[in-house]
Ligand binder design. Structure first.
Ligand code: CP
Length: 303
């Protein structure tokens, strides 16, 4: 369950936790509560770049009456002078009620939650987890489909390094999904997640051709090839433009199909898709404010 020491992995949440966060997000969307976080201070510590996650967390806090401190570039913090993550987290724990952290190292959020004196929310740790993105993804799926159960979800692109698909795959275990994993061989869904599906009895197919899954999908979850995770630029060049979804490809798709993307997009969704009513990625990002309000208030015991 979501604990008083924060949210590090989506696997910390059971089905009831997830449904409760989605209900709370709906409440925050319908009834903004401008004083719930009065007197609370939240730190956003971003050791990796971000637009949506940091700004939606900060929007979530400030719209509820709380205040934010932090950094968006580790180069401006004393970690650039060699201060350890341990000491940074210990220090910031002295100042705030809650820490939101993004870090390039897998497991950094777990470590931070173990040394912090306040709850820690993982805003992305390397290729591992992005649990609050998953909450907003689930909220977006529920809003657009009217349900979470029995959906065909096609995950497309960088399934190796994409932390958002790893978290989403695990969260959907409670809702009987059928997965299509669409990726070039170099970026296929890692074995640990395929084994997870097998252990949980989740149906999945692997494809390399995006066209093969378009007609049967309820959710098309596009992802960016994560350039920053590649050690060899030549390997990145080989796969960077594998998939581009174009408006013309959506003609025979299901009426209820919605296209999600955690963003930023590079070339994987052409601009001509944006005007299609099936494109939902900008609304999806907006839902991040409500989902993060729900997570923050739940962890702080305010709802
Ligand atoms: N979806 C997401 O994590 O976007 P940012 O990297 O801009 O925060």
């Amino acid at each position: 369950m979501i604990k008083a020491n924060g949210l590090v992995s989506i696997t910390d949440c059971d089905k009831d936790d997830i449904l409760r966060i989605l209900d709370l997000a709906e409440q925050f969307e319908k009834h903004p509560n401008p004083h719930l976080l009065d007197g609370k201070l939240v730190a956003t510590l971003f050791f990796e770049p971000s637009t949506r996650t940091r700004l939606s967390f900060e929007t979530a806090v400030q719209r509820l009456g709380g205040r934010v401190i932090g950094f968006s570039d580790a180069a401006t913090s004393s970690s650039s002078k060699g201060e350890t993550l341990h000491d940074t987290i210990k220090m910031v724990s002295n100042y705030v009620d809650l820490i939101v952290m993004r870090h390039p190292v897998e497991g950094a959020a777990r470590y931070a939650s173990e040394v912090a004196g306040v709850p820690v929310i993982n805003a992305g740790d390397g290729a591992n987890q992005h649990p609050t993105q998953t909450m907003l993804d689930l909220y977006s799926i529920k809003k657009t489909q009217g349900r979470l159960d029995n959906l065909t979800i096609s995950m497309v692109g960088d399934l190796k390094y994409g932390r958002t698909v790893h978290s989403l795959l695990q969260a959907m275990q409670y809702f009987n999904p059928t997965y299509n994993f669409v990726a070039p061989p170099e970026l296929r869904m890692p074995e640990q997640y395929r084994l997870f599906c097998e252990e949980k009895g989740l149906k999945y197919k692997e494809e390399t051709d995006l066209n093969a899954v378009l007609k049967t999908s309820d959710i098309l979850y596009m992802t960016r090839v994560q350039q920053e995770r590649f050690t060899d630029p030549v390997e990145y060049e080989k796969v960077r433009n594998t998939y581009t979804l174009r408006n013309s490809m959506l003609e025979d798709t299901k009426d209820n199909l919605r296209i999600l993307h955690p963003l930023p997009r590079i070339t994987e969704i052409a601009a001509d898709v944006d005007a299609n009513p099936k494109a939902y990625y900008f609304e999806q990002a907006r839902n991040g404010v409500f989902a993060r309000q729900a997570v923050i208030c739940s962890i702080l015991g305010l709802v």
